[in-house]
Design a protein around this ligand. Structure first.
Ligand code: NDP
Length: 255
């Protein structure tokens, strides 16, 4: 595969596991210098070592993106390290399930903090640098990819607050696309179906075992993080005239 992102700098949030980890590797393979952001520093350090061991360039930025100053500082640190920012992948997320009647408000606030506030803070901080990258000669385009979900298109009982955060991401993404696409910043929405990651593991044991039973029956073969990483790499390597505004990526086994 020809490296199409040589000279670019990509920032991936939620890169300490799952989709973000796989995406960082995929973008590094395409020649991007990749800044990886999440709270678990040990995971980020291992990922950076592995990317660099494979001949890529990576840089760990441990940060909690629900804290606005940490999000802003993370972007500033990446630009300070690499001198530019071409691609922002807003991937960090949290899915805590339960009924509206029973679920703790605290869980809703934690999801809103990561899935929505974190995405807003990172986007706002990154935009001036993305505008500058879109304006220079390297590619003449910059990218924001927001990782939403099938839960941003379809609502189900037990998913209400998570649904709300992802429906919100969908609306924000399309509005921002209309605002800045003519400045050659592509704003893309990627909505995965079920992917085999740690996402479910943050739920209580009852929810985890209920989901395991229903997933085994209804989604016998989930996507792997690499499947989504491939789609992200596709979206950010199109010709500058081509913007993939929305991509809904499902497991074949999920109806
Ligand atoms: P994981 O749980 O494996 O990854 C979530 C990532 O988000 C971790 O790296 C975690 O890192 C990071 N994160 C969580 N909170 C914060 C925070 N406060 N600050 C910085 N980073 C944070 O799940 P996935 O890879 O599955 O999830 C990635 C995205 O994909 C999410 O937005 C999710 O909603 C979406 N998605 C996932 C699907 C699936 O089936 N897995 C389906 C559809 C969408 P750390 O804990 O180290 O901070």
């Amino acid at each position: 595969m020809t490296a199409k992102l040589t000279g670019t700098v990509a920032l991936v949030t939620g890169a300490s596991s799952g989709i973000g980890d796989a995406t960082a590797r995929a973008l590094a393979e395409q020649g991007a210098s990749v800044a990886v952001v999440a709270r678990r520093k040990d995971r980020l350090d291992t990922l950076v070592a592995e990317i660099e061991g494979a001949g890529g360039t990576a840089y760990a930025v441990p940060a909690d993106i629900t804290d606005r100053s940490q999000a802003e500082q993370a972007v500033a640190e990446v630009v300070n390290q690499f001198g530019r920012l071409d691609i922002l992948i807003n991937n960090a997320g949290l899915m805590l399930l339960g009924t509206v009647v029973d679920q703790e408000v605290d869980e809703w606030e934690r999801m809103i903090a990561v899935n929505q506030n974190g995405l807003l803070y990172m986007t706002k901080a990154a935009l001036p640098h993305l505008l500058a990258a879109a304006d220079d000669e390297l590619r003449g385009v910059a990218d924001i990819i927001n990782i939403s979900s099938i839960a941003g298109r379809q609502a189900w009982a037990n998913f209400a607050a998570y649904n709300m955060t992802k429906f919100g991401v969908n609306g924000f993404t399309e509005a921002l696309r209309q605002e800045i696409t003519k400045k050659h910043i592509r704003v893309g929405l990627l909505e995965p179906g079920a992917v085999e990651t740690e996402l479910i593991s943050h739920n209580n044991d009852t929810i985890k075992s209920d989901l395991a039973v229903s997933d085994a029956k209804n989604i016998p073969e989930k996507l792997q993080p690499e499947d989504i990483a491939e789609s992200i790499a596709y979206m950010v390597t199109r010709h500058r005239r081509s913007s993939i505004a929305e991509l809904w990526a499902m497991p074949t086994s999920q109806a």
